[in-house]
Design a protein around this ligand. Structure first.
Ligand SMILES: [Zn+2]
Length: 350
């Protein structure tokens, strides 16, 4: 089945030239691209559904790239940043849609970890409908082969290990803290109280009920994915729907992703080993754990973490040997010149 192994990369569009980028991507040996059509900050085209990214300034950064990519024979999956949406215009008009932590503080006022961590709450029906409209708008506007969820989760209740030292107040152990614990908005609290008879702010950490509360929140993410995907499939049965997800071993507890239950066509687990203080071999373990369960995955590899050609080659080979359907590289443009050479050579070998 070697011939059917998929070779893809996520692609940033801001400040780029579509024609030369597509040419270069194709020459590196990629057959599929995931251009970032909705970025953190908003759509990179004039959208009727969400205010545009402030830096896009009314322009369409997507159209030409998609046209060039199709002309070059690449498959195109629109990369859509879904729930993380820092956008001053939207924050002020839809303040209630944003997540609230256990202390009752909205992420609009005090975003956790980084200033752009402003997230929409997946429990809200309006958020599910808005995201659906966004997906359908992208499918209407562009000749794409698929639509791709990213940032489809709550903010990290637990950060990947290597990132914990970077932010003040973050415990180094797997311990939840109220200021990083979302979502306790009105809708989440009321819905959970209705179903379980208890206000989640009252639930002690470490209790059985808290486990239930984790699962409940993961279910809100799952329901959002299913809501959007089912409507996309109804309107565009031929489109592939996929998602960028956290590694299976941490997805549920870190970011409330129970992604094996989402029912999508393909998952791209982001096996970015250094974030987890792991070596390249860990990519093999995680890839096997997902593919071994029969989950359709394309292994997400962060190119910049590769220290040599041999590491790059290993990562791609681990993906191939794990039973995964492909490899997805994060991200074009590659941040170091030698990475292009390594990627091209390693892709040619699988
Ligand atoms: Zn909420």
């Amino acid at each position: 089945m070697r011939g059917s192994f998929r070779k893809a990369c996520w692609v940033h569009l801001q400040g780029r030239d579509a024609r030369s980028d597509v040419e270069r991507i194709a020459r590196l040996g990629f057959e599929e691209v995931l251009p970032n059509v909705v970025a953190v900050g908003g759509p990179l085209y004039p959208s009727r559904v969400r205010p545009q990214h402030p830096q896009a300034g009314g322009r369409d950064l997507v159209g030409e790239f998609v046209k060039e990519a199709k002309r070059r024979g690449l498959r195109v999956h629109a990369w859509i940043v879904s729930l993380c949406y820092p956008n001053p215009a939207f924050e002020s008009s839809h303040r209630d849609w944003y997540v609230v932590n256990r202390l009752g503080v909205s992420c609009v006022d005090e975003p956790p970890y980084v200033p752009h961590y402003k997230w929409l709450c997946p429990s809200r029906p309006e958020v599910r409908d808005n995201l659906t409209d966004l997906f359908l708008e992208v499918a209407d506007r562009y000749e794409v082969d698929g639509l791709h969820f990213d940032y489809i989760r709550l903010p990290d209740a637990l950060l990947p290990k290597a990132l914990r030292r970077k932010y003040p107040g973050v415990p180094l152990e797997d311990v939840a803290k109220p200021e990083f614990d979302y979502c306790y908005c009105k809708v989440c609290r009321e819905k959970f109280a209705e179903e379980e008879g208890v206000d989640p702010v009252e639930i002690p950490y470490g209790s059985d009920l808290y486990e239930k509360w984790i699962a409940w929140r993961a279910r809100q993410v799952t329901e959002t994915v299913k809501h959007v995907a089912s409507r996309v499939k109804r309107a565009y049965p031929g489109l592939e729907v996929s998602a960028a997800v956290f590694p299976l071993s941490v997805a549920l507890r870190y970011v409330f992703q129970d992604w094996p239950s989402w029912g999508l066509d393909l998952y791209h687990p982001m096996l970015y080993h250094e974030f987890y203080e792991k070596s390249v071999e860990w990519i093999s373990e995680e890839a096997k754990a997902s593919a071994g369960r029969g989950l359709p995955v394309s292994v997400g590899v962060l190119a910049d973490f590769m220290k040599s050609y041999s590491e790059m080659e290993q990562a791609f080979r681990y993906a191939l040997e794990s039973g995964a359907r492909g490899v997805t590289v994060f991200a074009y443009p590659l941040p170091r010149p030698e990475l292009e050479e390594w990627v091209a050579k390693a892709l040619a070998g699988i």
